[in-house]
Design a protein around this ligand. Structure first.
Ligand code: GLN
Length: 487
């Protein structure tokens, strides 16, 4: 195992591959070895595609040797969340119902990774169908937090974030419907961004809440995260909501400062219920941004409290419709014993879906049923529109909004699912971005007294990823200069 690879960023690994110091084969062998050593403790991976990865490594090496470098991350190993389709490679959504599902095609995001010569190492654990905040609803068992193995890594992209945090891969893809990239990034001490809705194609992402879902990158630092997002974005005709961004110089932006930027701190996000160490770390990061020339001030952002009920109604409504297709006929698991078609549907879905997914399908069907549609679903859509107006108003004053990514640091394994409502409430800071379609990043800004990582969320208006990266990069540089432990 080439130990020089230990602690290398994705971009520096790619540079070492380009100048011949490290072979692509060595980079992959390193990741595979690290997975063998670490993953029995962490359980971040559901599938490791060792053979295919080593084969691809040789092809990519041959291209690089011939002078054909397809991207700044060519040759770098990457893990992909298991709700993103990979051709002929098991894609389970961490559900029994898709336990043996092998897609016939790659997701658009995966096609882009392959075209950029990244090496797909395997698929990562998650909450079943991305429903959850801890990665404990996985049919295949929970993932552990590398910073503290008796704690959860967050969710639903807990496997992707834990894999990066433990150094098993330098990069991963996650998906974010209500915080599933940002919250586990915060809990694990890595950097992850949910891009503007439509910036990354959802083609091949197994849908949870289609109007909220976005694929995004998870990385060990801001610069790597920016470089990966550059590869993922782009118009895709196969997803009608996909858009071509006009401002995509994320890497260059991540090196820029924040001079003259106006940044708002919503008072409602720093009140009661917030872990004091989180408040302190974010205020400190805000001070650093001030020292770098940004105007940072508190302001009033209304309706924050309504984002959770609106989100859970809309997400469950969409999930109940999206998950209708898993009926034992077209995909995956089918119950072994049944009397007729109706009974087959019923048994297949009861046996194939776990309790959290069943709860959400029932809740979603209820809010869409006649008599309740207006009272719940339609009202939630109206609340969503009001929240969007509130953010539009905020972005007329501020370029960016800072908040915690979560009210607390990673909870202990086994402590969250007992009280699902409390778990839902912990998504308070992340869900608004999905309701509004706006981009948001989580960057590590410190640790609590027990050493658990703290993440700061930076939100921008639609298509303002560049500014987000400038602020995130500035924070990272200044914190590093101070020598603070940030996860
Ligand atoms: N925790 C939220 C939920 O359970 C968000 C999940 C996600 O973003 N996929 O719905």
């Amino acid at each position: 195992m080439n130990t020089a690879i230990d602690k290398m960023s994705a971009l520096s690994l790619a540079a070492a591959i380009r100048n011949g110091e490290i072979k692509v084969r060595e980079a992959c062998a390193y990741s595979i070895q690290k997975i063998r050593e670490e993953d029995p403790k962490i359980h971040a991976f559901l599938t490791v595609s060792e053979e295919e990865a080593m084969k691809t490594a040789e092809l990519v090496q041959a291209r690089i040797d011939a002078g054909e470098v397809r991207s700044p991350l060519a040759g770098v190993p990457i893990a992909v969340k298991d709700n993103i389709c990979t051709k002929d490679m098991r894609t389970t959504c961490a559900s029994r119902i898709l336990e043996n599902f092998r897609p016939a095609y790659d997701a658009d995001a995966v096609e882009r990774l392959r075209a950029a010569d990244l090496i797909l190492i395997g698929k990562t654990n998650m909450d079943e169908f991305a429903m959850g905040s801890t990665t404990e609803t996985s049919y295949f068992g929970a993932t552990r937090n590398p910073a503290a193995p008796d704690h959860v890594p967050g969710g639903s992209s807990g496997g992707s974030c834990a894999a990066v945090a433990a150094g098993m891969v330098p990069l991963a893809l996650g998906s974010d419907t209500g915080g599933s990239i940002r919250q586990p990034s915060a809990y694990c001490g890595v950097t992850g961004i949910k891009p503007t809705y439509g910036a990354v194609s959802r083609y091949g992402l197994i849908a949870y809440g289609s109007s909220l879902d976005q694929i995004g990158p998870v990385a060990g630092n801001v610069q790597d995260c920016a470089a990966l997002l550059e590869i993922l974005t782009g118009k895709d005709e196969r997803d009608s909501t996909s858009v071509a961004l006009s401002h995509t110089a994320f890497s260059a932006s991540a090196q820029r400062g924040v001079e003259g930027m106006r940044i708002g701190l919503p008072e409602a996000c720093f009140g009661e219920g917030l872990h004091p160490d989180i408040r302190e770390s974010i205020y400190h990061a805000a001070d650093l941004l001030r020292s770098a020339g940004a105007a940072v001030e508190p302001f009033k952002l209304d309706l924050v409290d309504y984002s959770i009920p609106a989100y859970y109604i809309i997400a469950c409504a969409e999930a109940s419709s999206n998950l209708e297709r898993f009926d034992g006929v077209k995909y995956g698991y089918r119950s072994e014993s049944y009397t007729d078609l109706q009974d087959m549907y019923c048994r297949t879905r009861s046996e194939g879906f776990g309790p959290e997914v069943r709860r959400r399908i029932m809740l979603g069907s209820f809010v869409l049923s006649s008599g309740y549609y207006d009272a719940y679903y339609l009202k939630a859509l109206r609340v969503k529109a009001r929240i969007r107006e509130e953010f539009t108003r905020a972005f007329s004053e501020y370029d960016l909004i800072l908040s915690p990514a979560a009210p607390d640091t990673a909870p202990l394994l086994g402590s969250s699912l007992k009280d699902p409502l409390k778990m839902y409430l912990s998504d308070i800071f992340t869900v608004s971005a999905n309701l509004c379609g706006i981009p948001g990043i989580s960057v590590p800004v410190g640790t609590d007294q027990r050493g658990l990582p703290i993440g700061m969320q930076i939100l921008g208006d639609c298509f303002r990823e560049e500014q987000i990266f400038s602020a995130a990069g500035t924070c990272e540089r200044l914190l590093e200069a101070e020598g603070r432990a940030v996860g």
